[in-house]
Design a protein around this ligand. Sequence first.
Ligand SMILES: [Cu+2]
Length: 141
Amino acid sequence: MGKLYALAMTAAMVMLVLSPPARAQDDAERAKICEKAEQRYQKLFGKPSRDEGVTIVKMYKYTFCPQHLKIKKGAKVRWVNVDKRTSHSVWFQEQGGKESDRIFAEETVNMVLDLPPGVNPYICGPHWEQQGMRGTITIEP
Ligand SMILES: [Cu+2]
C-alpha cells in the first residue's frame, strides 16, 4: 500500500467519522414543522394542545412535537397524529416495549408510561430509520 493511498484512506475515514448522522431535519426545520403541527392541532381540536389537561405529543411530517419531553413517572401522554395522510407509531424499543398500533391521520393514542427514570428514547416504527423520526421522554425522579 502506497503512503499516499494510506493517507487518502485515513482522510476518507476521518471524514466518515466526522460527518453527522443522516437526519430528516435540523433544529430550525423542526421548529417550523412543530409550529405548523400546533396550527393543525388547533384546527382539528379547536384549542391549543397545552390546554388539554394532558401532555400532548403531536406527530407531523416525520417529527414528534415536542421531540423531547419531561414528565413525572406514571403521567399520561397523548400522541396525536395531525398529519393528513401518513400513519405513525410509538415504540419504546430500547426498553423492550411493544410497538403501538398504527396511529392514522387525525387519530390519537393515550399511554400511561411505565418507564425508568432518566432519558427514554423512542421511535416511530415506519419512519425512524429513513426519516429519523425519534423522540425522547425523560422521566423526572
Ligand atoms: Cu412516523
